[in-house]
Design a protein. Structure first.
Length: 104
């Protein structure tokens, strides 16, 4: 029986199942456990609970696998005929988590 949930974190929504490894925006956490309280939907093969906007009492628990920075994005500004150009790079920080439990 596969159970899945839709969670909201970092301004994005993710469909998650138990045992899945997920890369999300950088989280501030204490230790290695993280709890996602903004659960928008919990469903399995037979029934679904849809929140308005969140499902009451639903939680998704995860363990932190690691943290890091993503690939470098190049920001290049250029104006023609004025000798103006600026080059800047950016690496977005992320947290990698493994979903351990979905409770409805």
């Amino acid at each position: 029986m596969t159970q899945f949930a839709v969670i909201k974190t970092g301004g994005k929504q993710y469909i998650v199942t138990e045992g899945q490894t997920l890369t999300v925006e950088k989280l501030i956490h204490d230790g290695d456990k993280v709890t996602f309280d903004e659960v928008l939907l919990v469903a399995d093969e037979k029934e679904a609970s849809i929140g308005q906007p969140v499902v009451k009492g639903a939680k998704v628990t995860a363990t932190v696998v690691g943290e890091g920075k993503g690939e470098k994005k190049i920001v290049f500004r250029f104006k023609s005929k004025t000798r103006y150009h600026k080059k800047k790079g950016h690496r977005q920080p992320f947290t990698k988590v493994k979903i351990t439990k979905i409770t409805a």
